[in-house]
Design a protein around this ligand. Sequence first.
Ligand code: NAD
Length: 295
Amino acid sequence: MKVGFIGLGIMGKPMSKNLLKAGYDLTVFDFNKAAVDDVVANGAKAASSGKEVGENVDVLITMLPNSPHVKSALFDKNGAAEGLKKGAVVIDMSSINPVESQNINKKLAELGIEFLDAPVSGGEPKAIDGTISVMVGGRQEIFDKYYDLIKAMAGSVVRVGDVGAGNTTKLANQIIVALNIAALSEAFVLCEKAKVDPQLVFDAIKGGLAGSTVMNAKAPMMINRNFEPGFRIELHIKDLQNALDTSHAINVSLPLTAQVMEIMQALKVDGRETKDHSAILNYYEKINNVIVGKK
Ligand code: NAD
């Protein structure tokens, strides 16, 4: 099986390296030449355009910021769709609006190309370890055929429905993560102002009902004041915007998501959009005039 990979960023680079480790024949493309060189040094072949990747592979994985980037990589002049053969498969692992996944699926189907939307959760450390969680939308037959390929990058791979269901599941994931980080920030600001050490608070409660994977990942970052991404606020704004657009389109109200969206927007106004989403803490620090953790 010849595999293509477009999008070698924070997530795509380690994911593509895990495919190489598993022995897959891999052709890669990204605008960032340094990222391409790094993956090529690990055994991949470089292509000079999306079209050239498409010409050389049976299955193409995309790991790009948002739907405009995915559509551009596939359908622009010299894009991958110009090179892919009938019967090829595109697996988009980016987090995008589920309606856009369905639109891309329709366009590819007209060319005889199959599609799965397969966004991931877990962040850079799990992308490196090969333990990300993948939520997949698409036909069962295609899911079964490419399960092993996706599993080479992942700890769990679950089919959640037809095309679009993967990204709907990812929106659910992003709502839960965002609201958890906001709750943790609110709690830490309270403890700091009450002169109770956030590190001791974390140690005391992480094994109880409030404990979570989000808390284990983000509390140490907050306490050590390390806000380097990780997962950038600007990407989480994109996800919450997709959640709100999707919810409004199907007549659902998400009041807490809207509120955390505005907190992230305020951080963007403050120039902090490229920081990790744990920097939600900085919003609470500013309105409460307090600094949490190591000074
Ligand atoms: P990133 O910005 O680090 O990487 C994106 C890469 O895509 C860049 O290298 C960029 O040069 C490349 N690119 C953009 N447009 C391109 C095009 N048309 N052709 C070729 N290359 C192009 O982003 P990331 O953090 O790796 O995230 C990728 C996706 O995964 C996003 O949808 C994000 O929401 C999702 N995600 C990220 C994380 C995380 O922790 N970073 C976790 C889970 C999911």
